[in-house]
Design a protein around this ligand. Structure first.
Ligand SMILES: NC(=O)C1=CN([C@@H]2O[C@H](COP(=O)(O)OP(=O)(O)OC[C@H]3O[C@@H](n4cnc5c(N)ncnc54)[C@H](O)[C@@H]3O)[C@@H](O)[C@H]2O)C=CC1
Length: 404
């Protein structure tokens, strides 16, 4: 079977599953657990979110099949990230069997031996790439880090700043995110940006907003205390400082999008010391500007940091008023600036589009979206246990200005 034949068979059969996402996933997990009850304990108690992820993961992999280099990078990362769930190489065969049986069932009469072969080959390649990367990584880093909560500060009714002390050195770059599991919700992991540049004492801060029905965010904000121990996945994400030192910089943070931006600002102040550094911090209401005191301290220590709080939804606010995508382009000519943007996807997309239209080259625009295919894939693997990113999370897509 040629690669082209394989691709055609997989894509054509995939179209048959499209309308069965939920049922297909439910059948897959039922089959998997029926034949391998010992695997149930790798998954969270509630499987509804998990089921949604399966079809997205398959769609992501099928989409990338004709881009092998990209697919390999994605699968390697997925394999490394599955270590924290306790996934081992021998589990992949069981998953493959359940998957193939499920696909055959949902494809119906159109399923042929050729389809079976094409999917089997593809799955073996996927499993080999994932488990190979996981094994290589096992020589270098632990699958997860325990981290003690050494500070828990409420900033308003739905927001908390957590300070964590990992039990072992936790390598990451300013602007990256980690995934967090709380003892309250075992095996449910959610991504949160790390809100500080790496420090000598190894402490990490998270800025977490509790969102409606957000299991982990509510546990972290409402029910977590100093002394609790969380688990952290490895640092991830591409919203990091570029190789070339940034000389003139604009940072834009909307809501808890401040977390990665604050880490980047700290790193720049320590290492690059840019000539100009504008920091726009947007919130809906004045009371939502939850970290102003700390930002003012940064500005006092580094006078070239110009801090601009922006409030969008409160009449009577005496400072800059409006939505970030309208305010920031109007405040200056940023064509020769390095721009970092984080916050709600709609804000980030609108901001990046406007700045690009205004002449800022794509390679100077740094941001991440929660809905990029890459992210969807990473957070929704066959065995992945995370929801789409929530507040406080950071996503890879730096420099790509195409909204997805
Ligand atoms: N790397 C990243 O980009 C990161 C993104 N986030 C995301 O940031 C978001 C933060 O949520 P909240 O704190 O509740 O922020 P929020 O919804 O209260 O909004 C914060 C700011 O963004 C503006 N904004 C919101 N929607 C907008 C839109 N459609 N168009 C233009 N401006 C808009 C608001 O006016 C305000 O200035 C979450 O969705 C979270 O996932 C969080 C951390 C990192």
């Amino acid at each position: 079977m040629t690669e082209t034949d394989q691709l055609t068979l997989i894509r054509s059969s995939f179209a048959l599953f499209r309308d069965h996402g939920d049922k297909l996933a439910a059948h897959f997990y039922a089959t998997l657990f029926l034949h391998n009850p010992q695997l149930r304990e790798l998954f969270p108690a509630a499987m509804d979110v998990q089921r949604d992820r399966l079809f997205q993961a398959l769609a992501g992999a099928v989409r990338m099949l004709d881009r092998p280099a990209e697919l390999t990078v994605f699968l390697q990362q997925l394999g490394r990230d599955h270590r924290k769930y306790g996934v081992r190489s021998e589990h992949y065969a069981a998953v493959g069997q359940a998957l193939l049986a499920t696909l055959a069932r949902f494809a119906g009469p159109q399923w042929s031996p050729a389809h079976e072969r094409a999917w089997t080959i593809a799955y073996h390649q996927i499993a080999a790439t994932m488990s190979g990367a996981a094994e290589t990584e096992a020589d270098r880093t632990p699958p997860f880090w325990h981290a003690e909560v050494v500070g828990h500060e409420r900033r308003g009714s739905d927001l908390a700043v957590l300070t964590l002390r990992p039990h072992a050195p936790f390598p990451y770059r300013a602007g990256q995110y980690t995934t967090v599991e709380t003892p309250r919700w075992p095996r449910v992991w959610r991504p949160y940006s790390i809100a500080n540049a790496p420090r000598q004492d190894g402490l990490l801060t998270l800025q977490v907003r509790a969102v409606p029905a957000g299991w982990v965010s509510n546990a972290l904000v409402q029910h977590t205390r100093v002394g609790d121990v969380l688990r952290l996945g490895p640092g991830r994400g591409t919203l990091v400082l570029p190789e070339r030192p940034a000389r003139r910089v604009v940072c834009v943070a909307g809501g808890t999008g401040l977390a990665p931006i604050k880490a980047l600002v700290e790193a720049m102040i320590t290492h690059n010391r840019p000539l100009t550094l504008h920091l726009f911090v947007g919130a809906r209401h004045q009371r939502d500007l939850y970290d102003l005191d700390a930002l003012r301290q940064l500005a006092a220590a580094f006078p070239r940091l110009l801090l601009v709080p922006v409030v969008s939804d409160e009449i009577g606010w005496a400072g800059v008023q409006g939505r970030l995508p309208e305010v920031v382009p109007a405040q200056g000519n940023w064509q020769d600036h390095e721009i970092f943007v984080a916050g709600p996807d709609a804000m980030v997309i609108s901001m990046v589009e406007r700045l690009h239209r205004g002449g800022v080259p794509a390679d100077r625009l740094h941001y991440e979206l929660s809905t990029t295919p890459e992210v969807l894939d990473i957070t929704s693997g066959l065995l992945e246990h995370t929801e789409p990113p929530k507040p406080g999370s950071g996503r890879p897509a730096t420099g790509d200005i195409t909204p997805r």
